[in-house]
Ligand binder design. Structure first.
Ligand code: HEM
Ligand SMILES: *[C@@H]1O[C@H](CO)[C@@H](O)[C@H](O)[C@H]1NC(C)=O
Ligand SMILES: *[C@@H]1O[C@H](CO)[C@@H](O)[C@H](O)[C@H]1NC(C)=O
Ligand SMILES: *[C@@H]1O[C@H](CO)[C@@H](O)[C@H](O)[C@H]1NC(C)=O
Ligand SMILES: *[C@@H]1O[C@H](CO)[C@@H](O)[C@H](O)[C@H]1NC(C)=O
Ligand SMILES: *[C@@H]1O[C@H](CO)[C@@H](O)[C@H](O)[C@H]1NC(C)=O
Ligand SMILES: *[C@@H]1O[C@H](CO)[C@@H](O)[C@H](O)[C@H]1NC(C)=O
Ligand SMILES: *[C@@H]1O[C@H](CO)[C@@H](O)[C@H](O)[C@H]1NC(C)=O
Ligand SMILES: *[C@@H]1O[C@H](CO)[C@@H](O)[C@H](O)[C@H]1NC(C)=O
Ligand SMILES: *[C@@H]1O[C@H](CO)[C@@H](O)[C@H](O)[C@H]1NC(C)=O
Ligand SMILES: CC(=O)N[C@H]1CO[C@H](CO)[C@@H](O)[C@@H]1O
Length: 326
């Protein structure tokens, strides 16, 4: 009530003062919870770090969860919603295969609801958990996050299928999928660097090993030495249970090594390899071989990703439980 009133007053001031932009009630900013829940960011970091300490695969889970959330209906925690009798949610769409970390999000939310009920959105929790889990290895935050997202009330499996780029995409379709979210070619290349951590299931790339053009052939753009190694792990086209590291030997370390192996034609998916098929993209890949540049640019691009279609001000809601619409 008090919040809505001050929002209303703010709008009056904006409308009758300098008319800057529309008045849908605010935008993302740093330290958004400084007054309303000063411990919020520390609570998220503590719980996230506690779990990453015993499960080093979690950073990959949260980074991918953030990506999937933001690409479908904006970063609104729609990815966390459980399906119901009359709605198949994003979680149960095929591109969500192997998303994980939901239990940790729930633990964070429970703690935040105890400390400051109804204040911190599930969408901001995902954003922070992605940053904090990746940051654990550095013992400090590796990129800044803006907060103030609110939670959406719709989650549809069909929208995940339509918005999450496929590992079989070529450069044109990848670029389009990012452009649809107002992300640039630069963002596409830089954010693909997230594949420096984590794993992929064989069935997302085994066509490149066994039947690339339907003639029982391999993808000529895949490093043949590496293809031979992959064949020992993914032994058939139908294997959909085995996973392999996307950045072998360095898949728990967030660094720019993805770009090094990409240049050796060891990108795992066609969508990774596609980044070498365009001159502009390929030049950005070369820039990312400089570690400091990668960290700076990744921080910028993930900030843009984290701003896709966000609900702010009085739009949306602060969910009480992340898997359930209020
Ligand atoms: C450019 C388009 C992208 C495509 C086509 C793509 C596709 C995929 C696929 C197919 C997997 C393997 C999932 C599995 O087998 O379980 C994967 C894993 C992953 N993706 Fe992407 N992705 C893209 C961009 C991104 C972005 C922008 C991020 C984050 C900023 C990201 C983060 C991750 C992470 C961290 C994993 C590893 C997950 C794990 O270890 O469980 N991806 N991606
Ligand atoms: C976070 O963890 C640190 C170190 O364990 C502890 O001192 C601090 O009180 C915790 N803060 C919150 C808000 O949980
Ligand atoms: C969906 O089902 C729930 C009960 O599971 C019900 O409360 C809700 O009104 C239904 N929504 C629609 C749009 O049918
Ligand atoms: C992590 O950083 C904190 C403070 O920023 C410091 O007190 C602590 O010793 C560091 N831990 C390690 C293992 O470096
Ligand atoms: C990329 O994929 C789309 C959709 O499958 C296809 O229409 C297009 O021709 C492909 N582009 C190139 C350059 O292969
Ligand atoms: C992209 O930008 C346009 C123009 O500013 C805006 O209308 C649209 O909502 C944005 N799309 C997303 C997904 O943020
Ligand atoms: C390879 O692809 C072709 C064309 O799609 C298909 O006819 C053939 O059965 C495939 N081979 C295997 C081993 O799946
Ligand atoms: C994996 O493949 C088997 C057999 O083709 C199929 O029954 C199963 O549903 C698939 N699992 C996933 C997660 O796609
Ligand atoms: C294939 O990978 C090996 C080592 O992993 C590397 O020495 C070689 O240059 C790569 N080939 C190509 C064409 O990039
Ligand atoms: C979802 O929220 C919008 C406004 O943000 C509201 O108009 C709509 O009724 C809500 N739908 C449900 C099912 O709660
Ligand atoms: C974590 C999660 O909810 N994964 C779901 C993804 O979608 C498949 C169906 O395609 C479900 O079986 C998984 O439970």
């Amino acid at each position: 009530m008090k919040g809505s009133l001050s929002l209303f007053m703010f709008c009056i001031v904006v409308v009758f003062g300098i008319s800057i932009g529309g008045c849908n009630g605010g935008e993302l900013k740093k330290n958004f919870y400084k007054k309303s829940c000063p411990q919020a960011e520390q609570i998220v970091q503590n719980i996230t770090w506690k779990h990453v300490a015993s499960n080093p695969t979690l950073p990959a889970k949260f980074l991918r969860m953030h990506f999937h959330d933001c690409f479908v209906r904006g970063c609104d925690a729609s990815v966390l919603v459980d399906s119901t009798a009359n709605n198949t949610a994003e979680k149960d769409a095929i591109p969500n295969k192997s998303l994980a970390g939901f239990d940790v999000i729930d633990e964070i939310k429970t703690q935040l609801e105890t400390t400051c009920p109804g204040i911190v959105s599930c969408a901001d929790i995902i954003t922070l958990a992605a940053r904090d889990s990746v940051s654990f290895q550095f013992n400090k935050s590796v990129w800044g996050v803006q907060l103030g997202r609110r939670d959406g009330n719709i989650s549809r499996a069909s929208e995940a299928l339509a918005n999450i780029p496929s590992p079989f995409f070529n450069f044109t379709t990848l670029r389009q999928a990012f452009a649809n979210k107002n992300l640039t070619l630069h963002d596409l290349v830089v954010l693909s660097g997230a594949h420096t951590i984590g794993v992929g299931h064989c069935n997302f790339f085994s066509n490149r090993l066994y039947n690339f053009t339907g003639k029982g052939d391999a993808d000529p753009t895949l490093n043949s030495t590496y293809a031979a190694t992959l064949k020992t792990k993914c032994t058939s086209l139908s294997d959909n249970t085995t996973t392999v590291e996307m950045d072998p030997g360095s898949s728990l370390s967030f660094d720019n090594h993805y770009f090094t192996i990409l240049k050796q034609r060891e990108g795992l998916f066609q969508s990774d390899a596609a980044l070498l098929t365009n001159n502009g993209a390929s030049n950005i890949v070369d820039e990312m071989l400089t570690s400091s540049k990668f960290f700076t640019e990744f921080g910028q691009s993930i900030k843009s990703m984290g701003a896709i279609g966000v609900l702010t001000g009085s739009s949306g809601e602060i969910r009480k439980k992340c898997p359930v619409i209020n």
